[in-house]
Design a protein around this ligand. Structure first.
Ligand SMILES: [Zn+2]
Length: 266
């Protein structure tokens, strides 16, 4: 991650207002809401794909997932990272308004999907409870969940390893930003050898294939294998230690609106 973006993000967030997190323990249900930018909404299947993948890949034994569609919003940029690092999307979520329209935030994850480029990092961004990602065109051409991944009889992910394509990578980045919104970090991701290939899970994502990336051990206790010359594949399933971390998630966005609350808190 580019340090400039981190600083930019912090700068724009501190100007937003007081941070206040609700504590809910235990969390038995999480609420995820997805919005599309004007251009993202031009691709037919994006809403369906995002909701089904998020619903299925965040469906763990310790909570239920309520993923819903928030609507189409007009934002000033399609850049999936800048729309958040500039403060525009976080401000829309925390204020409950975008332009002249109301926006109904979700308690746990508020995800904006734009049609921003997916070639040069950063392509998305995740703060506590707020996330954004580009690449709507690639999400629109992703196979339905049951064709690409599927679930076994116990509800677990059936196909853990998928080819690296623009579509699978974009969905993985989307899951990565959702993971950040739920408090996960890059070292909650693992990479592992699978035959001649190296497979990366959502939180480490393609950082696992970057020789300059300086994390050598995941929180799962595994090291990141050397990827040079090896085929690269992706897993859309969160790692065991990511799942463990999510099982202790107790946060949530607390929004108070009304006459006595001029601003917002989160
Ligand atoms: Zn990240």
């Amino acid at each position: 991650m580019n340090r400039r973006y981190v600083l930019g993000a912090i700068g724009s967030l501190t100007s937003i207002g007081t941070l206040a997190y609700a504590t809910r323990d235990p969390v038995e249900a999480i609420e995820v809401r997805v919005w599309l930018s004007d251009r993202a909404a031009e691709y037919d299947a994006v809403e369906t794909r995002v909701l089904e993948y998020v619903n299925r890949l965040l469906d763990f034994e310790f909570w239920t997932v309520d993923a819903s569609f928030g609507g189409v919003v007009s934002v000033s940029t399609e850049d999936g990272a800048v729309v958040s690092t500039s403060g525009e999307w976080p401000l829309a979520v925390t204020s409950g308004t975008i332009g002249s329209s109301d926006l109904d935030p979700a308690t746990d994850v508020n995800l904006l999907v734009t049609d921003g480029q997916m070639k040069y990092a950063p392509t998305g961004y995740g703060f506590p409870h707020v996330a954004s990602v580009g690449g709507a065109r690639y999400l629109g051409s992703l196979e339905p969940f049951d064709e690409l991944v599927g679930s076994g009889p116990d509800g677990a992910v059936k196909r853990r390893i998928v080819p690296l394509t623009s579509s699978t990578r974009t969905m993985q980045v989307l899951l990565h930003e959702v993971g950040h919104a739920l408090g996960l970090h890059h070292d909650h991701g693992v990479a592992f050898r699978y035959g001649d290939a190296v497979v990366a899970t959502p939180m480490i994502s393609t950082y696992a294939f970057d020789p300059d990336y300086e994390v050598d051990r995941s929180r799962c206790g595994t090291s990141y294998p050397d990827t040079s010359g090896r085929e690269r594949k992706l897993s859309l399933a969160f790692s065991n230690c990511a799942r463990r971390e999510l099982s202790s998630y107790s946060g949530g966005l607390r929004l108070r609106r009304g006459d006595e609350e001029s601003g917002f808190e989160w």
